[in-house]
Design a protein around this ligand. Sequence first.
Ligand SMILES: [Zn+2]
Length: 195
Amino acid sequence: MSIFETIKQSLNLIDVARFYGIEVSRSGFTSCLFHNERTPSLKLYSDHFYCYGCGKSGDVIALIAGRLNISQFESAKIIMNDFSLSSEEMRVTAKPQIQLSYSEWERQTIKLLNQYRDYLKHFERTYAPKSENEPISDIWIESIHKLPLIEYYLDILTFEPLEVRQEFLREYVKQLDEIEIKLDEYKRKFRLERK
Ligand SMILES: [Zn+2]
């Protein structure tokens, strides 16, 4: 089980929200963490939240990420720690960066970036607005914003000398973690037809 699943299956979102200082009314509402408001319109359920003001929804990990202003992966790690949860995946994923040789780490990162780029290219093609009146989809905007960045990362890892690549991997650990999480999410949500 992934740490995300472990958290979602073990904990009640409302308990976790209170633990991190979110004030929850008797009917389960709190002020939205994702938009400014006077009257609380973010409703907490035991397994997800939904804001009737801005439409933001998500799971407990996303909620705490918003509360603490951190990435979802960091949020998951903090919750695991604060609620003394453990999972197989955490022990497995904690190891590689220390034990992997540099070249293996680099190889896996390039593979990750290539897979992520494949998804972005797929979104860029599939969700492009086909007429002026069509609403623009978020996933299309994301793809056109992220593609140049991913191309840039791949260029570094392909063309730069070793010391530049090593520095890149050390400095971009957080961004690469986030890409890994996004890719997992895409793999769950979308089926990418293979060429
Ligand atoms: Zn909201």
